[in-house]
Design a protein around this ligand. Structure first.
Ligand code: AMP
Ligand code: GLY
Length: 424
């Protein structure tokens, strides 16, 4: 079969790497891909929201399945676009329709969904411009710190943790009245602050049954010791040592099953990945957020642990018989270290030549923000490469990935040398 992957980051590189190993694949395409994805398939110069261009490509190249990596095309309705067209509706899209994508596209929708279905999450209330005064009054009744979340997609920047009432009030005002995050903050969720350790679980569903994929922990802050600005993710490990069977069983009973059943009860069809961001508060899981895709860089740690054919699971989603599929998992630990451009997540330069990746022998180098220019591979984004090692122990995986991250060179390169060591 022929598969088209939509996206261009480290996550899509990991998908391409894994899918290319399947013996069910004839042609693999990645749109638009990056300088690394070309080794697993063929890059196609199409933007992820160019639905007409994607449709033409799919029809001209006999694509049998479309796997959507990032949230933006899902929230903008790529799956609905396929279902609405007679010539495309039979080509399966892995990723939810617009309605299900609201779990990520609207924090208010996600909160209402969780409350409706009794899924443990921080208590919250939502406000818009018309109810700004009520919002400011509500803040006075809440404990500090307090969390303000822009309702819509804000490129990972829409969550503010405020430690004083003055700051919280000023930020609420800026978000609702001054459009701090544009349209995304026309509504704001004010949420109780949860104190604990974060981790993520990944679920694959055909809308009826589900499979729980390996859990992972990502490291969002730019600085060592979890300091500084938030990023898309600086590294990840899988499995997560503190997520033992008892905890994961609780996650399945109290969160995953009610989520899948809730989608069914609400009449929301869902074929794709659900990424559940969790806070472990004294051993009890609470949902921090839903994403309607896999995580990045979590995918780079999760997929190398899946030993069996991922395409088999994807077929199960497409055909609605996921219940009959199974997968096998490596007991090893995967650790991923992300190499970023100097300055990221603020302003950074691109176009720096990357060298020495060929000297990495014991890790997988997944490309993220890279571009081939005149035969050389240059940096082309904030997060440039993700280096993943799979070893018998967490310590060995971390040592290997961190050492290999150090072997690669480009001007301004930065990476955290402490990813995962807090878990040892
Ligand atoms: P999100 O964009 O929802 O993933 O939020 C970004 C980050 O903000 C999360 O990864 C958490 O570290 C933090 N965060 C979000 N909600 C809460 C909360 N209720 N309590 C504590 N931290 C939170
Ligand atoms: N690593 C977090 C995310 O993919 O949203």
């Amino acid at each position: 079969m022929n598969i088209l992957i939509i996206g261009s980051g480290g996550r899509e590189s990991a998908f391409a790497w894994k899918i290319a190993q399947s013996n069910q694949i004839s042609q693999l395409y990645i749109a638009p891909g990056n300088a690394g994805t070309g080794q697993y398939g063929q890059n196609v110069p199409l933007e992820v929201t160019d639905f007409d261009g994607i449709a033409d490509f799919v029809l001209q190249n006999d694509i049998d399945m479309v796997l959507v990596g990032p949230e933006e095309p899902l929230v903008k309705g790529i799956h609905d676009f396929f279902l609405d067209r007679d010539d495309l509706k039979n080509i399966p899209v892995i990723g939810p329709q617009q309605k299900g994508a609201q779990l990520e596209g609207s924090k208010d929708f996600a909160k209402q969904f969780m409350v409706r279905h009794g899924i443990p999450t921080a208590s919250s209330q939502s406000f818009d411009k018309a109810t700004l005064a009520e919002g400011l009054a509500y803040l006075e009744t809440q404990k500090l710190p307090i969390v303000l979340k822009a309702d819509g997609l804000a490129a990972g920047k829409g969550v503010l943790i405020c430690t004083t009432l003055e700051e919280a009030k000023a930020e609420l005002q800026a978000m609702l009245a001054e459009g701090k995050f544009g349209e995304a903050s026309s509504k704001v969720v004010i949420e109780e602050y949860l104190s604990g350790i974060e981790l993520s679980v990944f679920v694959l569903t055909d809308g009826d049954s589900y499979k729980v994929l390996p859990s992972a922990k990502d490291y969002k802050r730019i600085g060592e010791g979890d300091t500084g600005l938030n990023t898309g993710g600086m590294g990840s490990v899988s499995p997560v040592p503190f997520a033992d069977d008892e905890f994961l069983n609780e996650v399945e009973q109290r969160i995953i099953m009610p989520t899948i059943n809730g989608l069914k009860e609400d009449g929301i069809p869902y074929k794709g990945f659900i990424f559940i961001g969790l806070m472990n508060v004294e051993g009890k899981p609470y949902v921090i957020e839903y994403n309607v895709r896999m995580g990045d860089p979590e995918t780079e740690s999760v997929l190398p642990r899946i030993e069996s054919d991922l395409v088999d699971l994807l077929q199960g989603i497409a055909q609605g018989n996921l219940v009959d599929r199974s997968f096998t998992l490596s007991p090893k630990t995967a650790a991923t270290v992300v190499l970023v451009s100097g300055g990221y997540p603020e302003a950074y330069e691109s176009g720096k030549t990357i060298s020495n990746t060929e000297n990495v022998k014991d890790s997988i180098v997944f490309h993220a923000g890279t571009r081939e220019e005149n035969g050389v591979v240059n940096t082309a984004g904030g997060r440039v490469l993700a280096v993943t090692a799979l070893k018998d122990t967490l310590f060995d995986a971390l040592q290997q990935a961190t050492a290999d991250a150090g072997r690669i060179y480009f001007e301004g390169k930065y990476f955290r040398k402490d990813i995962g060591f807090d878990l040892i």
